[in-house]
Structure formats: C-alpha cells, structure tokens
Design a binder for this molecule. Sequence first.
Ligand code: MG
Ligand code: ZN
Length: 368
Amino acid sequence: MFIMKRKSIYSGVFLIVLILAGCGSSNLTVSKSKITGPRNIILFIGDGMGVAQVYAGITLSNQTFSLEKFPYSGFSKTYSANNYITDSAAGGTAIACGTKTNNGMIGVGPDSSSVSSILEIAHKNGLATGVVSTSSITHATPASFVAHNAGRGNYEDIAKDFLKGTVDVFIGGGADNFRARKDSVDLTAKLKEQGFSVVYTLDELKNTNSKKIAGLLAKFHMPTELEGRGDALKHMTMKAIETLSKNKNGFFLMVEGSMIDFGCHAKDFNYAESEMLDLNEAIDAARDYAASDGNTLIVVTADHETGGLTLNGGSMKEHKVTEPKFSGGEHTAVMVPIFSYGPDAEKFSGIHENTFFLNQFLNYFNIK
Ligand code: MG
Ligand code: ZN
C-alpha cells in the first residue's frame, strides 16, 4: 500500500516533469543540477585498481584517503566482447566509447569499425579535451579515448591519431612514438604547426601558457613512483585542468594512474601501492578544484583488477598491510569500483556494465 502511494506520487511528478520538458528540456536539467557555469568531467582510471588495491591505499595512507570523500560508489562489470577477463584496450574502449570490443582493440568494435569516444564527441560539441597518463600516451588506456586501431601495440600508428585535432591537451610518456619513428616522420613538427606547445619536461610543462599542449615527458613510459616520479601526476593533472578550463563550453579530461597495473603484474605490492597513493593525490587535487568550481563531475574507476590481490593481515592503526598476496600476475574478472563526486554523482552508484559511462557523460554534458 505504501509502495503504491509512493508510486502514484512519483508518476504525478513524472507527468509534471514531462510537461516542463516540453517547454525546454535543457533548462530543466540545468536547474535540477543547480549548475551555473560550463560543465566539466574529470574521469580518473586506475589501471588494475580493484577494491583490494584501494583498501590497501586507505590502510597505508596516514590521512583521509581522497576516495573516502566521494559520496557515491558503485561497481563496473569489466568482461570484454570476447573474454571474461578484459585487457586494458577493450576495457578502455568500453569506458571511452560505450562499446564492448575484443581484447587488444582500441576505439573499434569487434568488427574493427571505428566507434566514437566521449572525448571525440565532446570535442565535436565545442568542449576542450585532454588525456593524461603516467604510461606512454599511446598506451591502451589513453589511446582508447583518442585513437582507432585494431592492434593496441601499433603505437606509431596510434600516435598519428593524436594529430586529428580531437584532443587539446595530452601529457604522458611516448615521445619516441612521435619523433623517433620507423617512418622518420617527426610528428612533433606537425603538432607545432597545429599550434601545440610540445614540451618534454615537467618544468617546461609548468611554464607553457598554450591552450594546446603535447607533453611528452618520457621516451615511452614515465619512471615509476619507486624510481622517483614524485608528484608529477598531480602537476600534470592540474596543468591539464588549468588549460582546459579556459574553454567557456566546459571540458572532458581523462587521467590514468597507469602503473597500479604494472606493479600488480610484477606481483610487487610496494610498487602497486606507491602508484595507488600517487593517483589518490592527483584525485585529491582535482577534487579540491571540483569543490570550488561546482560544475565539475569527477568519476574514478578502473578498467579491470590486476593480480588477484588479497590482504591477509595488517593494521589500520599502524598503516600497514603485512600479508598482501597476489593470486597471479594477470588481470582478473572481478568487478571494479566506481567513485563519483559532484553534480549528478548519484547516477554512478549501483552495478553497471563498463559501457554505461558514455551515456551518463553525454547526459551530463547535455550533448549527443
Ligand atoms: Mg593503462
Ligand atoms: Zn595489465
């Protein structure tokens, strides 16, 4: 009886919404979310970041973990078109393009035909766009937002897709894929012709005021956190936000903590968790921006879990995990977490296919 009552109230509200929607649906959506300025999305992907990787980060951290400040959380089902266990290419493509594809494929469906990414659609609608990663920028996760290639290992072909004009800011490793290529073509010269500031160090990155930035901070992957990368990811993220937020129509930015996956493949807990904590710091800086901006939605998720990490002992008081174990050095099939913050964040709670992000992002931007 109570449920029936609620249902009838909701259908009454729904009717009013429909009537209002007929008068101008975009206005309705804007007022509902109390958004006043341009809409922005910052998507963080922790490659290989399962619940155990996050919980170990919470345990090791001696201050409140940024992800604990996110009001909503959910789960994503990561299986690919041809495998119960996805790789980062199919996982990235599902998140970026809303299409399940075969392992190894970037920005294409299982039949190898191109599918549009949220970044490309945002660009077409006049928003600024960016990708940031600690791996080579041509590696599977960032590539899924910018490139279309049936083979994730075709790094030099994938690099060419960064010249198609869809991405305004890209910062990561991968310099050799742009300027030490088998075809001897110097893509950085072409990027400069397109108005990009091409930079190779963190200092050069900090000092550029260009609206288009190609940050190629390593020959291929950047150094690991244990090798002394420091807080580079946080600075790369904030530089991308500072640059993209100059666009009055809003922006879409994807930031990848690439090496949680690498550490788990190596079954090296300290490697993986140093990368987890580093990603968390970048997320915290972005969350501060979103908190003051008010129009920025932040979503944090993973493409898959890596290593089958379990935590078999430790102490929350002493911030330590004593018995981390990996079941293997490969990806696993388990669901991965989603954390969301900002306007419309509640829409990301629950269990979802990894293809559901695209439509949620398009709805948030009010674009198709
Ligand atoms: Mg990756
Ligand atoms: Zn991996």
